[in-house]
Design a binder for this molecule. Structure first.
Ligand code: ADP
Ligand code: ZN
Length: 721
């Protein structure tokens, strides 16, 4: 027997299958998708078995594998195929594609040492003729159970257990112990509204593959997901629900477990690697019908998949941007749905990404709408505070009106969420008096300040101008870099409203395991009046007593050097506004901004997604951005700055030769120009249709794969670069 093994080395030059012989004693254990130990040069490496053959014709002698590491398949057939698709779409190494699909505990190196925990149970195989009283009680435990835990039996009598076990009336069985338990609780199930019902029916009737549910905040999307999942389960199928990040999971998991009990596996970043591995194993054994988690939960090895839901589909966390393989979970979800029989993908959002909505408009995705909040509750009224006019009367970062509203809500026993919009922290430069921001004349994108060279640069096209300290718009000398922290805002609040109970939710206060969940729980139990935080407070949370949302600085995210900055801002502000007035009490929102006239702010005020969409599409078309053009980002990095730049130029020249229908920008320094002494340059490709693109890029990657001085990475349709 000969096996093809993909070894665990992420070096690009050896990303291929190597063949090994299988010693006779391991023959029976061999399966496609398990891990094996193999000799490789003078090392021993772990790898995945991807092929099994009887013989192979090669003109050299093969080595034998050393050992088999798994009893059960780690990469099943579906994952095997999905990995290949991912490789083709990202041009990353195949091994990195499989690694990203597996829990860390299963990545070869630490794979073997994970210890499982066991619980002891007993099975009744025979009933003795004469029973003692306690023996009778024990036998009774088995009336409607096939196995009973040792603990339960010990509660009756340990000596009887001993007797029954020694005479083989009871047989000991060990069941794996999982580290997490979920309890189903009786919850009141809502009757779906007519709108929700219509969506469910349209979805169930249709045979399309991909759906986009555009539903305003509080329109009951989650309730729709649950109803669809009930149908899927009744059909004997299973479902995966993706949520953007940990901030969404506690409430979402709570709602799902209350309804579906322990037929759920949940992955989120607060789990230890061991706990994640436990969840993974429960899925493999078919013990769950529903998987919930962030991006990589898409690769859970669940079988009979009938539905994938991607909630808050506009979220940038669905794109892995920071390391290879730089895959898009939506794209991969479509592929996974195709690999299953009768499987559909549902994308949901109050503010769909422009790409997704454009696809829905063109009929590529099936559009479903929930235009109103549940039971016709109104969307919150949004007031804009013009900071240009208020700047003189501000108390710290607070306008009088915002302070008065907060005090008022607290006195009524209601709660407040405050958002500090911190994207773009201090990297951009603006005028403190008039809000003027420096932009690139070619790209309409905010320039970034570089301290070392004291100039302002465009990270897209390389344009640069020297830093000035007099504002070109108002002539004052108030140019400054921007950035405040939640801690400072908390201090200000403490002195402005001393009796308010404030809880902060940001990266610092939520990095400890379980702390995020606790903040959410405490706030929902009204242990605090004000929840203050960064982007993390904007999404998904459902608190019925919140009637005021305040945004301290609505526009910082408008100024990040990214063509998506308006979209990001619109969606962030709409999402955070959507936290207000979700149940019986009407909600309000106050947005403090320097850019009252900016269209992203204006459309938020009127809850007008479609208005924003039309306007933004117009701009994207003009500037040749997605969804009208595709973008691919090529990152060239090296410890040698000169070499890096030279190679970047060389790459650009040769791409220009082969990619005739593509706009090629750069090379320019990337937003993180120097990281760990590695310099980075970027080349941007914009194209509508370039048939030979993948072929050309694959050749380019090939040229650099064994280059030790210069590395080249690809990011197709990045969210950030
Ligand atoms: P979304 O996900 O669209 O923001 P949710 O599913 O969180 O909306 O629903 C908003 C609120 O309305 C939640 O508190 C939810 O429990 C409640 N809700 C949802 N559907 C119904 C319904 N059919 N009847 C009554 N309340 C509902
Ligand atoms: Zn530019």
């Amino acid at each position: 027997m000969v096996v093809g093994v993909l070894v665990e080395l992420s070096n690009k030059s050896i990303d291929k299958v190597f063949y090994y012989l299988v010693p006779d004693k391991l023959d029976l254990k061999m399966k496609k998708g398990i891990r094996v130990l193999v000799p490789f040069g003078h090392q021993q490496l772990e790898g995945f078995v991807l092929e099994i053959k009887n013989t192979i014709e090669l003109d050299f002698d093969l080595k034998y594998i050393i050992d088999v590491l798994d009893d059960d398949v780690i990469i099943n057939n579906e994952m095997f195929n999905l990995g290949k698709v991912m490789q083709a779409k990202t041009l990353s190494t195949l091994i990195s594609c499989y690694q990203v699909m597996l829990p860390k505990a299963l990545k070869a190196k630490n794979g073997i040492s994970i210890n499982k925990k066991y619980d002891i149970y007993y099975r009744l195989v025979n009933v003795p003729e004469h029973l003692t009283k306690s023996q009778e009680k024990i036998i009774k435990l088995f009336e409607n159970k096939s196995v009973v835990s040792k603990k339960e039996i010990l509660n009756i009598s340990s000596s009887s257990l001993k007797t029954l076990e020694s005479k083989n009336f009871l047989i000991r069985v060990e069941k794996e112990h999982y580290r997490l338990e979920y309890d189903k609780v009786a919850v009141k199930k809502y009757n779906l509204t007519d709108d929700q019902m219509a969506v469910v029916e349209e979805f169930n009737k249709s045979k399309d593959l991909v759906y986009l549910l555009h539903g305003v905040t509080g329109s009951g999307k989650t309730e729709v997901y649950m109803e669809l999942i009930v149908n899927v389960i009744n059909n004997g199928q299973t479902a995966i629900i993706l949520v953007p990040e940990i901030s969404l999971t506690p409430q979402m998991i709570k709602r799902f477990t209350e309804r579906f009990g322990n037929r759920i596996a949940a992955f989120h970043s607060a789990l230890s690697e061991g706990e994640k591995y436990d969840e993974w194993r429960r899925i493999v054994r078919g013990e769950v019908d529903i998987v919930i988690g962030a991006r990589s939960a898409l690769f859970a090895p669940i079988s009979n998949l009938g539905l994938i839901v991607i909630d808050e589909e506009h979220s940038d966390t669905y794109k892995q941007d920071d390391s290879n393989p730089r895959y898009n979970a939506i794209e991969m979800a479509i592929e996974r749905a195709k690999l299953n029989k009768d499987c559909k993908l549902l994308l949901g959002s109050a503010t769909p990404s422009l790409e997704s909505y454009a696809r829905a408009r063109r009929g590529v995705y099936h559009l479903l709408n929930l235009p109103n909040r549940v039971n016709k509750r109104p969307l919150p009224k949004i007031d804009i505070v013009d900071m240009n006019k208020n700047i003189k009367n501000m108390k710290g970062h607070f306008s009088n009106i915002l302070i008065e509203k907060i005090k008022n809500k607290i006195s009524l026993g209601e709660q407040v969420i405050l958002l500090l919009n911190r994207r773009g922290y201090s990297s951009f430069v603006s005028c403190k008096d008039c809000g003027y921001v420096f932009k690139c004349p070619n790209c309409d994108i905010t320039l970034t300040y570089h301290k070392s060279t004291n100039n302002l640069r465009c990270h897209y096209c390389g344009y640069a101008e020297s830093m000035i300290y007099t504002c070109p718009s108002c002539n004052n000398n108030s140019i400054d870099s921007i950035g405040v922290g939640t801690e400072r805002i908390e201090e200000e609040l403490n002195s402005l409203i001393p009796n308010a109970k404030i809880v902060r939710m940001d990266f610092d206060t939520t990095s400890k395991k379980g702390s995020h969940k606790k903040i959410v729980k405490d706030f929902s139990e009204h242990k605090y009046d004000i929840l203050l935080g960064t982007q993390i407070v904007a999404k998904g949370l459902d608190f019925e007593n919140v009637t005021l949302v305040g945004v301290i600085n609505a526009d910082t995210s408008l100024n990040i050097p990214d063509f998506r900055s308006s979209e990001t801002t619109f969606s962030l502000l709409s999402q955070v506004a959507g936290r207000s007035g979700r149940k019986d009490k009407e909600g309000e929102v106050i947005l403090q901004t320097f850019n009252k006239e900016h269209y992203a702010i204006r459309y938020v005020k009127y809850h007008d997604y479609l208005g924003f969409y039309d306007m933004e599409m117009h701009i994207r078309r003009e500037l040749k951005y997605p969804p009208f053009y595709f973008i691919t980002y090529i990152r060239i990095s090296s410890k040698d700055n000169n070499l890096c730049y030279k190679e970047s130029l060389k790459i650009k020249k040769s791409l220009e030769k082969y990619l005739d229908k593509t706009i090629i920008l750069g090379p320019s320094v990337s937003s993180l120009f120097k990281v760990n002494n590695v310099y980075r340059y970027g080349i941007i490709l914009k194209y509508k249709k370039q048939d030979n693109l993948m072929e050309v890029l694959e050749k380019m990657i090939d040229v650099y794969k064994s280059n030790r001085k210069v590395a080249v990475d690809l990011n197709f349709n990045p969210k950030h670069f």
